[in-house]
Design a binder for this molecule. Structure first.
Ligand SMILES: NC(=O)c1ccc[n+]([C@@H]2O[C@H](COP(=O)([O-])OP(=O)(O)OC[C@H]3O[C@@H](n4cnc5c(N)ncnc54)[C@H](OP(=O)(O)O)[C@@H]3O)[C@@H](O)[C@H]2O)c1
Length: 337
């Protein structure tokens, strides 16, 4: 099968697609998924260079998120509700390949109204944004939310979810083109270019001088955003896309009675596994009803273009989820399975 097999730490520009990589072997609690689409993540860039906290032993296959079908010859572990041919999405090391072995509990059914391209980037970004806004910040209808990097993977999900929850959404991004994406695909109520000086004044004006109730930040710009947060506002730390781990002057937290809270979705697997199906039930309902819809970057990469996709991600060119099409879906054929 085709796969990006990694035997040593390399720069992503040096990635080579093998055509004769060994097929994955399923362990006791795993199924084999035939991959149709995979999602690109910033941590893939770090992982292939040995700069990410997850360092699988060599050799390993790059890629972490996918959508596809349970393979015809997949084992079906006890308790696993899936059958060969079922359309699924999930997460496992090794998704830049034709097939991946995956714990069946890390796989969800793909709603019929979604394509594999739309499903491939769901597994990490959407529950992160949902849990941050609902479980952590307890966002209420009518409240205002500032979403930083709002056209990015987790950002556009946060914009759509906050809208679905009845909040007023102010989307912040680094260019007019990205702000347009936030309006077109996210339904943002207002947009602000946060590369402009004094952009916080625009946010204060939009909120009638009060400031926003919730800040959602995947960039490392909480400190900037505290200039336009409301009294008793909640600030969500999601990530540090800008590179540096942000350090916060706590006087700003004190001055407005602010609560700063982190959300690390991956930790729920070990710390609060019972929360995971609750979040997915809510998300799958919202997805099936069409109230939220995954956003796929306009250039869909082929499997042999993973390096250029990762380069675009690194250069901040992409919006929504950047996707790699591993093989085309034949919906008529899949309906017969
Ligand atoms: N907490 C969790 O559980 C969790 C889950 C998933 C992801 N994350 C983290 O969230 C962050 C964003 O992930 P994502 O999937 O949304 O990424 P993404 O799609 O690549 O979007 C990141 C956005 O950050 C902005 N940005 C600002 N400075 C940047 C820089 N120096 N380099 C690159 N981007 C920069 C860019 O938007 P503008 O051009 O508009 O500024 C970019 O589009 C990452 O740090 C990721 O690790 C955390």
């Amino acid at each position: 099968m085709r796969a990006y097999v990694i035997n040593e730490w390399i720069h992503p520009s040096k990635l080579t697609l093998l055509s004769d990589a060994p097929e994955p072997e399923a362990r006791l609690d795993e199924v084999i998924v035939e991959i149709y689409s995979a999602a690109l993540n910033f941590f893939d860039i770090l992982q292939v260079q040995g700069k990410y906290q997850v360092k699988p032993p060599f050799p390993f296959v790059l890629g972490a998120e996918f959508a596809g079908k349970i393979a015809k010859d997949s084992p079906i572990p006890e308790g696993c509700p899936f059958r060969p041919g079922d359309r699924v999405f999930g997460s496992a090391q090794g998704s830049f390949a034709d097939k991946v072995a995956c714990k069946w509990k890390a796989v969800n059914p793909l709603p019929d109204n979604l394509t594999f391209d739309e499903g491939a980037g769901l597994y990490i970004t959407w529950p992160t944004s949902y849990e941050a806004l609902v479980g952590r910040a307890q966002l209420k209808p009518g409240e205002s939310v500032l979403v930083n990097a709002a056209a990015g993977g987790v950002g556009i999900a946060a914009v759509q979810l906050a809208k679905a929850l009845g909040a007023k959404v102010i989307a912040a991004a680094g260019s007019q083109a990205k702000l347009d994406i936030c309006t077109k695909y996210g339904g943002a109520d207002y947009t602000v270019n946060y590369t402009r000086p004094d952009w916080q004044k625009e946010v204060l004006k939009i909120t009638g001088g009060k400031g926003v109730d919730v800040v959602y930040d995947p960039v490392g710009r909480i400190g900037d955003a505290l200039k336009c947060i409301a009294f008793k506002g909640r600030a969500l730390v999601i990530g540090f896309a800008a590179g540096a781990i942000e350090k916060l002057p706590l006087n700003l937290v004190l001055l407005k009675n602010v609560t700063v809270m982190g959300t690390h979705w991956g930790l729920y697997t070990s710390k609060e596994p019972e929360r995971i199906p609750v979040v997915w039930d809510a998300l799958l309902d919202l997805l099936a009803s069409g109230r939220i819809k995954p956003v796929v970057y306009s250039k869909v990469y082929s499997l042999d273009e993973v390096a250029s996709g990762l380069r675009a991600l690194e250069k901040r060119e992409t919006w929504g989820k950047a996707i790699v099409r591993v093989k085309n879906e034949d919906r008529k054929a899949s309906a017969k399975l």
